[in-house]
Design a protein around this ligand. Structure first.
Ligand code: ADP
Length: 400
């Protein structure tokens, strides 16, 4: 069984072809600048074929999918003999609103519901819809297409966690509430953590810290998301690379009035010029901030301190919300790679009975327990794998 995983953006399209007999990646790649000019990087993982990395004309997503299928099946770069070997396609879809608490087989009704969620994710959902339509156009209606939503995992949050304290009719009429994102990642790492700890997930209270360009934290009780730091949009919660995180609306109004900014201009600042970039004035990339801070740049140091502090107090809040925690998980670009950030954050948790294993914390690139054997609360590093979750869900749904 071979499953193509698609993550379509407005001008890009990432893919992986996964062989589900052993869950191995056969090929992966990225189409960029779709609708502008076009570039495809295709990397065969099996079969010893060369990498294709060239500018090619990609006027639409359908042409991009056609180019991907062409490379996957070509004599020179291919990993399968023909398109008929691809059994199904799994699509990442950012927003499923309240309609989807799990992954689904795509049909016209599902497409309409994804369309209904466009106002909630105006940049992402239209691109995801375009990607699905492009696959149907190129591969035909007989190849099953499955949608896997970033928001679905958080649909188990109780009303006390997802309801904003604003007039209730905004929820009733317009579904304004906290949705949360990175659900596929939080689900993957928490499932994997339970396996690594050798305990049924139903018996574990876990807090997963997804720390990348975008960052969110999730409280997972018995395998279910009970709270998460992102909200109606991915702007809030922790300060991130360029996003502000939690912010006082009154301060936003003050800035807009004083500098005569429109709401779009203000949101652009809060989304793209804030976070650790905004505070440091150096970079949104934590490697640059580490270097600048070591060179004595105080604002870079402050930006890192703010980030770590917010992770620590959010984790503390979730430990309180669940009345305990058994394991804390680090994942995504920063969580997987930055031993110093993990150590700085873990230093806040000792009141919980955590003990960091400094040697284990230095290891990279694999699943690791980074707390000592005596640590009351376990700490783990688990590289996230959203593509694998999408492929697994797709396989499960088409096998039914
Ligand atoms: P995205 O949210 O775009 O998927 P990633 O999860 O790939 O992002 O995370 C990207 C971020 O990870 C980079 O911006 C960088 O800050 C951080 N990062 C990657 N490697 C390291 C490292 N060795 N040390 C510190 N930060 C790192």
């Amino acid at each position: 069984m071979k499953i193509l995983v698609i993550n379509a953006g407005s001008s890009s399209l990432k893919y992986q072809l996964i062989d589900m007999t052993n869950e191995s990646v056969m090929a992966k790649g990225l189409c960029e600048r779709i609708g502008i000019d076009g570039h495809l990087k295709h990397t065969p993982v099996v079969g010893g074929k060369p990498v294709f990395d060239e500018d090619i004309n990609l006027p639409t997503h359908a042409e991009a999918i056609a180019a991907v299928i062409d490379k996957l099946t070509s004599a020179e770069y291919g990993v399968v003999a023909s398109m008929s070997e691809i059994n199904a396609v799994g699509h990442r879809v950012v927003h499923g609103g309240e309609s989807f608490a799990s992954s689904v087989l795509i049909n016209t009704e599902v497409m309409a519901a994804i369309e209904d969620c466009v106002p909630f994710a105006p940049l992402h959902n239209p691109a995801n819809i375009t990607g699905i339509n492009a696959c149907i156009e190129v591969m035909g209606k007989d190849v099953p297409q499955v949608a896997v939503f970033d928001t679905a995992f958080h649909q188990t949050m109780p009303a006390k966690a997802f309801t904003y304290a604003i007039p209730y009719e905004y929820y009733e009429t317009d579904k304004i509430r906290r949705y949360g994102f990175h659900g596929t990642s939080h689900r993957y790492v928490s499932t994997r953590a339970a396996e690594m700890l050798g305990k049924p997930i139903e018996e574990l209270k876990m807090i997963s810290c997804h720390m990348g360009n975008g960052s969110s934290i999730c409280a997972i009780d018995g395998g279910k998301s009970v709270d998460t730091s992102m909200g109606f949009t991915p702007l809030v919660g922790l300060p991130m690379g360029t996003r502000c995180g939690q912010m006082d609306m009154g301060a936003v109004q003050f800035i807009m009035n004083k500098y005569n900014l429109s709401i779009d201009e203000m949101l652009n600042i809060l989304n793209k010029k804030s976070g650790v970039l905004g505070v440091s004035g150096v970079s949104s990339d934590f490697r640059d901030l580490d270097n600048a801070s070591e060179d004595g740049n105080e604002r870079a140091g402050l930006a890192l301190d703010i980030f770590n502090y917010w992770v620590a107090k959010t984790v503390g809040g979730y430990a309180a919300a669940m009345n305990g925690v058994d394991a804390i998980i680090f994942t995504a670009g920063i969580g997987e790679n930055s031993a110093s950030t993990r150590a700085d954050i873990a230093a806040y948790f000792t009141y919980l009975g955590t003990e960091l294993d400094a040697e284990a914390n230095k290891k990279r690139g694999s699943d690791n327990v980074i707390s000592t054997a005596d640590s009351k609360v376990k700490m783990l590093v688990i590289p996230t794998n959203e593509e694998l979750v999408i492929a697994r869900d797709t396989l499960e749904i088409i096998s039914k």
